[in-house]
Design a protein around this ligand. Structure first.
Ligand code: T5A
Length: 317
């Protein structure tokens, strides 16, 4: 059968689709035929769980040596590029050089259905009204447009099985694939509003019982946001909202554990972490966030340039 490629984009090409809504990205994953999903599952389900970033290459090898037609050679090379970023020791992680007049980087975090997508899109609209339509990009993690994101999507929809270590590292690789794009946008003067980031990566995996510091390690050094809006809702509020329960982590027990992990101060160390009461009316929350975003935009200015730190790089292990 001819290879039907699900994902053919490198991070730079994927940038053109940053404004795509997550539902559309999820629909793309559903374009895989049942047969293709079964082929991917047969290839990866038998990979033993992994401990080190380099072990993630076993997933790529399993796909490469199988008969699957969902991923092209180019797709698998793109996954390997993400893995290579994770393999770098801490002292070899990139440093981010900020240009004068750079854009701002805002992240939304929270439990499933806590209102992150709603509020992040509303902030994008607000910033566009203030600074022009081209002044802001919206993106989300997982980025289901990338090859790593396709595997993550299949995992979340319970179509393939991966060990807890493997899926954690894939989420991180998915972010590293976009790190340079984030920096380039910021330095072009474009603000980036992002639905989930590394904080979700740590909170969800640590909630499953993985070591907190092990979970943090692969994401250390990513561009640190200028502000994180944590949408605080009671787990039962999220559970009552539309479509809750569709994906793997959408159950009460998991959401309660994730909530505890999100509250740990070491997750927010060195980060401008803003807790937002997400149980209120949508417009009331939005107004609050706009005010906080304006304040965050003024903070950390060194001379006429606002620096971009590496996430969690100041922390001791
Ligand atoms: N994950 C993610 C990891 O394990 N590791 C990682 O590294 C990362 C990045 C997928 C899963 O992956 C996990 C976490 C997740 O389990 P996702 O696709 O972001 O992540 O999944 P969700 O959080 O479930 O995304 P949603 O888009 O479904 O939820 P949102 O964005 O929090 O909520 P939103 O805005 O879509 O709102 C949900 C519903 O509530 C309504 C909305 O209209 C919508 O119907 N709503 C409100 N209703 C009343 N009052 C309000 N204030 C409301 N705000 C929104």
């Amino acid at each position: 059968m001819e290879a039907v490629r699900y994902v053919t984009m490198g991070a730079r090409e994927a940038d053109a689709t940053l404004v795509q809504e997550p539902s559309a990205a999820q629909q793309m994953a559903r374009q895989l035929s049942e047969e293709q999903v079964a082929e991917v599952a047969a290839a990866v389900n038998s990979v033993p769980d992994i401990k080190e970033p380099s072990d993630l290459r076993q997933v790529v090898e399993a796909l490469r040596s199988s008969k699957q037609t969902a991923f092209s050679a180019e797709d698998l090379a793109s996954v390997e590029a993400g893995i290579a970023a994770l393999e770098r020791p801490l002292d070899a992680r990139p440093t981010w050089t900020a240009q004068k007049g750079r854009g701002l980087f805002f992240v939304f975090e929270g439990l499933d259905r806590s209102g992150k997508s709603t509020q992040s899109r509303k902030l994008r609209e607000h910033l566009q009204k203030e600074n022009g339509p081209e002044s802001v990009k919206w993106m989300c993690f997982p980025n289901r447009e990338l090859a790593t994101g396709c595997l993550i999507d299949l995992y979340l929809r319970r179509q393939i099985e991966l060990g807890d270590g493997a899926i954690h590292l894939l989420f991180s690789a998915n972010r590293w694939e976009m790190a340079n794009t984030i920096l380039e946008e910021l330095n072009r003067g474009v603000s980036v509003v992002c639905d989930r980031y590394a904080f979700s990566g740590v909170a969800y995996s640590a909630a499953k019982g993985l070591d907190f510091h092990w979970c943090q390690a692969p994401d250390r050094g990513l561009p640190c946001p200028d502000g994180v809006f944590f949408m605080r809702v009671d787990p039962e509020v999220g559970a009552a909202r539309a479509n809750f329960g569709d994906e793997r982590y959408e159950n009460a027990e998991m959401q309660a554990s994730v909530r505890s992990e999100f509250q740990l101060p070491r997750l927010h160390e060195g980060v401008a972490w803003q807790v937002v009461d997400g149980g209120r009316a949508i417009d009331e929350i939005h107004e609050d966030i706009c005010k906080q975003a304006a304040v965050l935009g003024q903070a950390g200015q060194e001379g006429d340039t606002k620096s971009i730190r590496g996430l969690w790089m100041q922390q001791q292990q």
